[in-house]
Design a protein around this ligand. Structure first.
Ligand SMILES: NC(=O)c1ccc[n+]([C@@H]2O[C@H](COP(=O)([O-])OP(=O)(O)OC[C@H]3O[C@@H](n4cnc5c(N)ncnc54)[C@H](OP(=O)(O)O)[C@@H]3O)[C@@H](O)[C@H]2O)c1
Length: 290
């Protein structure tokens, strides 16, 4: 079962091939975690900004399997751009999650969300300071792996130029119709694993006729096609569902997409509209509600 298969990060730490995202799940988060673990999910992705770390910690404690069998990932708040506030925020996540260590902690965004799509300032100095705090927590054993998210190639190069530990992962928006092949290639060439967030385009791709047609051809659902697509790119899908039936079907990914169809999907017409979620900066909007 793919959920319990792993890749190796550049420091040798094993990471599950598929992750469950938890953005916008607050109520009932403990139950969602327990269901996900029961179905077989082992990578749980959260963020300080999601406001659900406490519930996730509880869900992990109560899920019935040992802590070390879960890969727990969280994100340093995008406003933390100096060493001391980042260091403090890392410790606060450990307390909220009620764990001795976090498996992977990443800088949520190179820019505070309020400035994404609005400002040219890339916070090079601030990101180096925040990353140094991650490096120190990694050396102290509080974090098993560290990384970045939403980093463009210039942002990542800045970290490589000024920090000593190569990030283990870069979590970026990637789904059919929004594939950032240049970023994927840049990171993969440097042994930085790509995690593909919103692999189902936040749900907006479900009604796309051409994608439905391609999914029918493989006799799979649209979410299954979307998840398999990012796996074929060499990325780890970080998918969100609170629905147990969806968790089960989204884990059935035992098929391959042909090279010919991958080319079609790589060049797919860019999505124009993320519907009600277009306002979020990660989808090109300017109204952060993180
Ligand atoms: N690093 C970042 O800046 C960043 C930004 C955005 C997201 N993320 C991470 O990525 C995760 C996933 O992204 P996302 O939440 O934007 O969206 P997503 O995974 O692309 O799509 C989620 C949507 O698809 C639906 N869905 C999932 N499986 C389905 C199925 N089998 N059938 C029908 N509908 C299905 C879900 O509804 P149901 O719940 O009803 O199944 C939900 O509405 C987030 O939760 C978060 O952890 C990270």
């Amino acid at each position: 079962m793919i959920l319990q298969e792993t890749y190796e990060l550049n420091n040798g730490v094993k990471i599950p091939k598929v992750g469950l995202g938890t953005w916008q799940i607050k109520d009932g988060i403990e139950e969602v975690i327990k269901n996900a673990v029961e179905v077989g999910y082992r990578l749980i992705d959260t963020a300080q900004a999601y406001g659900n770390e406490e519930g996730i910690g509880k869900g992990i404690q109560e899920c019935g399997i040992p802590r070390e069998e879960i890969f727990l990932e969280t994100k340093l708040h995008a406003t933390k751009k100096d060493y001391f506030s980042a260091k403090q925020a890392i410790d606060e996540s450990l307390v909220r999650l009620d764990v001795d260590y976090i498996d992977l902690m990443i800088i949520h965004s190179p820019q505070p969300w309020e400035e994404v799509n609005q400002s040219e300032e890339r916070y090079y100095k601030g990101n180096v300071e925040a990353y140094h705090a991650l490096e120190d927590a990694y050396k102290e054993g509080k974090l098993r792996a560290i990384g970045i998210s939403n980093f463009l190639n210039s942002d990542t190069q800045n970290i490589l130029d000024h920090c000593s530990i190569i990030p283990m992962a870069n979590q970026i928006l990637t789904h059919i119709s929004n594939t950032k092949l240049d970023i994927i290639k840049f990171n993969q060439e440097r042994n930085i694993f790509i995690q593909a967030y919103s692999p189902i385009a936040h749900g907006e791709i479900l009604k796309n006729e051409k994608i439905i047609e391609m999914a029918n051809k493989y006799n799979v659902s649209v979410p299954q096609l979307c998840l398999r697509y990012v796996i074929e790119l060499g990325a780890i899908p970080i998918m969100k569902t609170a629905n147990k039936d969806h968790m089960i079907s989204n884990a059935q990914l035992d098929f391959h997409i042909t090279d010919e169809d991958m080319t079609i999907l790589n060049d797919f017409d860019p999505i124009q509209d993320y519907g009600a979620s277009s306002k979020f900066p990660c989808f090109g909007g300017k109204k952060p509600t993180y």
